[in-house]
Design a protein around this ligand. Structure first.
Ligand code: TXA
Ligand code: MG
Length: 334
């Protein structure tokens, strides 16, 4: 039976003991909830992949509680990485660096690099400290589903396959960490996330953004992920056209509450504040999939700061795009 625990000192010790005994504990971070197991225990890592139904070729992030522990897991720490650690750790930044041989291959899916992050959430930090080992943790959702931002989301996705869920309430950032690959020569963005790329560039100069979001918008180019059970379509085109037509039966997901239309509107923020949008996104998607809509029509979000990560998640969650033509909704699957 999975037990939800209040994050008391006693319960943190209980959860840490489970980690030391190859068990699994879901815990809050500032981004989303993670499904944790001891990074040095192959037995625990196998359980993580099985609980999530995650393919073994998709490597895990290892979480640490001290900046110094980067050197426990990574064989080389380029000077750019050191600068990033100095500025952004603890926080929602994951660095992919050459791994030490002591990091089990199953954690990194056989790659010679390891993804490492020091979260800033006090419960996560305390759990790692008490466990006395780095904690490998993917997001605590079923593979492909929306990431969990509260304890109940973890319970509904992963049911009985974990020992404990530490309940720290809703997470604050709401989208996962920014993942970047760093060498002496270059910095490559692997996943936009909680630290905006603009902030990273202020510290290390130009970041190579391999996947341009504009490219992602063309259907077919991205893998589906983060998907709610109700199909989600991204609205493309002039908003005025949408206002003119009947969108009964559809949920409109809007970045702010200024969209005047007679329909069912779910605003991700009051006035377009991107931090608020990010914090509400996954919870709103999980709420909507439990309702009876034919589809979710998501209006695009401005792609600056955290908006980059929000748009990335919306695109990956999407079944396709929707347009208005001749006063009708036209759905185009990708
Ligand atoms: O905010 C977060 O990052 C959350 C919390 C729990 O820390 N974790 C999370 O983990 O989002 P996950 O497993 O859902 O996503 C990890 C991403 C995946 O896209 C994975 O492919 C990538 O990081 N990754 C992990 N190790 C890697 C490596 N060695 N090289 C390249 N990408 C890697
Ligand atoms: Mg994930």
């Amino acid at each position: 039976m999975t037990e939800i625990l209040e994050p008391t000192e006693k319960n943190l010790l209980k959860a840490a003991k489970a980690i030391r005994q190859n068990g699994l504990v879901a815990f809050p971070t500032e981004t989303v909830y993670g499904l944790g197991g001891c990074a040095f225990s192959e037995k625990a890592i196998v359980k993580i992949f099985e609980a999530k139904k995650r393919p073994r070729f998709d490597p895990l992030i290892v979480h640490i509680a001290e900046k110094d522990d980067y050197s426990l897991l990574c064989s080389i720490i380029p000077s750019k990485a050191e600068k990033l650690i100095e500025v952004f750790c603890p926080g929602p930044l994951t660095l992919v660096l050459p791994k030490k041989v002591s990091v089990p291959d199953i954690v990194t899916s056989g790659l010679d690099t390891v993804a490492v992050r020091m979260p800033s959430h006090p419960i996560a930090l305390q759990l790692i400290k008490y466990s006395k080992c780095p904690i490998a943790a993917p997001s605590a959702n079923r593979f492909g589903h929306v990431s969990p931002t509260q304890a109940e989301d973890v319970l509904s996705d992963l049911g009985d396959s974990i020992d404990f869920i530490l309940d720290g309430g809703p997470t604050t950032v709401g989208v996962e960490s920014t993942v970047i690959f760093v060498t002496e020569e270059e910095t490559i963005l692997l996943r936009p996330g909680g630290i905006p790329i603009e902030d990273i560039e202020k510290v290390v100069g130009r970041v190579n953004v391999k996947m341009k979001i504009s490219k992602l918008l063309s259907p077919g180019l991205t893998k589906k992920h983060y998907s709610p059970k109700t199909p989600l379509y991204i609205y493309e085109g002039n908003f005025d056209k949408l206002i003119e037509i009947d969108v009964n039966g559809y949920a409109l997901l809007t970045p702010d509450s200024n969209f005047a239309i007679e329909s069912t509107i779910f605003s991700l923020s009051q006035d377009g504040d991107v931090k608020e949008i990010a914090a509400n996104l996954f919870h709103q998607l999980r709420t909507l999939e439990r309702m009876d809509y034919r589809a979710i029509i998501a209006l695009p979000v401005k792609q600056n700061g955290l908006g980059h990560a929000v748009m990335d998640r919306l695109i990956r969650a999407s079944t396709g795009i929707v347009k208005v033509e001749n006063h009708k909704l036209i759905f185009i699957d990708r």
